[in-house]
Design a protein around this ligand. Sequence first.
Ligand SMILES: [Zn+2]
Length: 422
Amino acid sequence: MKKLYAILLIYSALRAALLFSGFYFTPDAVLLNEASKYFSEDEIARSMYYFRWGYEFKALMALNAAAYYFLCVKVFFSDGFAKKAARLESANPYISIPVFVFEFYAGFALAVLPYRFTSGYLKENFFNFTALSSSGWLFLFLKQTVIEALIASLVLIFIKSIISKFAEKWHYILALCVPAAGLFFSLAAQFLILPFFYVSSPMEESDLKRKLLAIAGSNGVAAQEIYVINESAYSNHTNAFFTGFGPFKNIYLCDTLFGPHAKSEIESIYAHELGHYIYNHEFYGIMTASAAVCAAILIINLFIRRVKIPPRVLTANFNRSAALIIVFFYHLAAFFAMPAENYISRRFERASDRFAVEAVINYNRSALKTYDAKEAGENAKNLFINLARKNLSNLAPDRLNYFFFATHPAIVERIKNCEKYK
Ligand SMILES: [Zn+2]
């Protein structure tokens, strides 16, 4: 119990440090100086305004979430809670898991809702980004929360069944399941969850599409189709992404890209995603995360052995408290794991950025007699500048928040790398 509170305190302190650093050390002086070479003063000011807008709500949300976590620890270990759970479990040993997980998520959603509404809807509306109505946004938030709670419940029911069936060896069995589960979730995200939020349709036939497929072909990818998702139903943020592994790899372009971005920029972004595709980044990402989860399972098992909990007791007690503590730890562990996860992500992004320029050069050199490598670098550079402009990206994030949260290298770093091609 005391240890739980200690972990929560560390979490809260770190959160506070990140908020403090984000407010007082953004913009970072070095990055800002670099950014001023590519962006006008107005653009820099506007992106800072976007970053700062509603910052007090961001701070309040962190405070509220931390308070909710503290409250959870108190409630999970109360007698009243145990009694309610015992009643549920006498009917069915599995039923208490989804009941309490949904309670946990409902409480969490309520704790963050006013602030999420501010940053997700009011702010996006103020900057003309959102295509949703306020009720549309609320419905989306509800949908996301329910899906998250549903996934958490299923995972926990699965863990309970493994612990019940393999009392002595549960940790080995569970560890073996982790990579398979990771791959399964990747597929579920692409083929079940994505269609739940987006309509994806094949890109219309055009010179651009033929060229994109030719770039893929000249780099050894026999892509048949390019998918476009209707991001415009939600916002006018522009983006593209890659997902999947093995035969399920696909690149998706947001429909919002067409129009605001030149064809040469769309070529660059597609080539970037092609880099993720060819390097199998999602597969390696899942495997790295699985290794971390397996290590966590084995450590938890060592701990259980040390405090000498017999398997029988473990099975009987894998109820709402254990389930909630796992959800709870998952929330915290996901936060503490972010720097490592994002460090790997930034490495992947750098590799894809390099690949993107080289892929366009390769393609053009095989298709044309002469091609200046500088052009591919220029196109990628324009893409990054335009992406940052259109999405009001933070051009000069402070070091601590960058280290913790940045999934991509800083914009100016990406732009400068494009200038190496001469
Ligand atoms: Zn990327």
